[in-house]
Design a binder for this molecule. Sequence first.
Ligand code: SAM
Length: 269
Amino acid sequence: MDRPAWAPEGVDMQQASPARMYDALLGGSHNFEVDRQAAAMGKKLVPDLPRVALSNRAFLRRAVRFMADAGIKQFLDIGSGIPTAGNVHEVAQSIDPEIRVHYVDIDPVAVAHANAILLSNDRATATEADLRKPEPLLDEVRRSGLIDFEQPVGLLLVAVLHLLADADQPADKVAALRAAVPAGSFVAISHLTSELRPEDAAQLGANAANQNRIGIHFRDRAGIETMFDGWDLVEPGVVELPAWRPESERDQHEAPGRSLGLAGVGRKI
Ligand code: SAM
């Protein structure tokens, strides 16, 4: 298969990636056959999987609006994914065009596509870095100068921490980021959970590991709540994705009691 223009050189077109699989689930066009097959297998096991992705995107939009309404002027979106409908800079800059957004992702396709669509936007950029190494990641972000770490930051860790293994100590990574931002900053976290549908979670996790060599770590409520240690949870706390401050019926992508994701927003005081 020829390498498409949007895929940077060196990308392995035979190995599925979480960013491209998620893009395929959302109906995007920046994915390879191997990603579409992985997404199709996930849908076969759990037919409402695309709804989980939509539910997560809807949470992301609401969390960004909430933070922008609370006065946040700059966002650091880590594990930002391949740009799709309702990107953070679009949501935030529609509220205040001066808002700045720094996207970070480990996936070169996500970063290349983000920078391609941001060419004419001098208040948003994207950088390739690894959440498992917060200090070099923060150094990269500081170097670009878009985020002022003396001012409150809207930190977005949406659907990324479940891609870190327990050995990566995801809660410690959140704590390291928390230490880098001032009081008044917010964090939004969403995370795949085994809490409500343990069998579906186990099947999806095993399939991703065995078929696609991707580690997806569904965690229980306690494991996810730990990631908010040191943050003051805003109402309604850590809840199912569609239950976090829904704005309309259209936010109800998953049935109550059936979400595969938990989400919350915390404030640093
Ligand atoms: N945040 C977006 C959203 O919720 O719509 C995209 C979520 S997507 C499921 C997860 C993203 O996290 C992927 O783009 C993947 O490349 C990225 N990711 C995975 N591990 C990462 C790491 N260690 N550091 C930075 N990004 C990572």
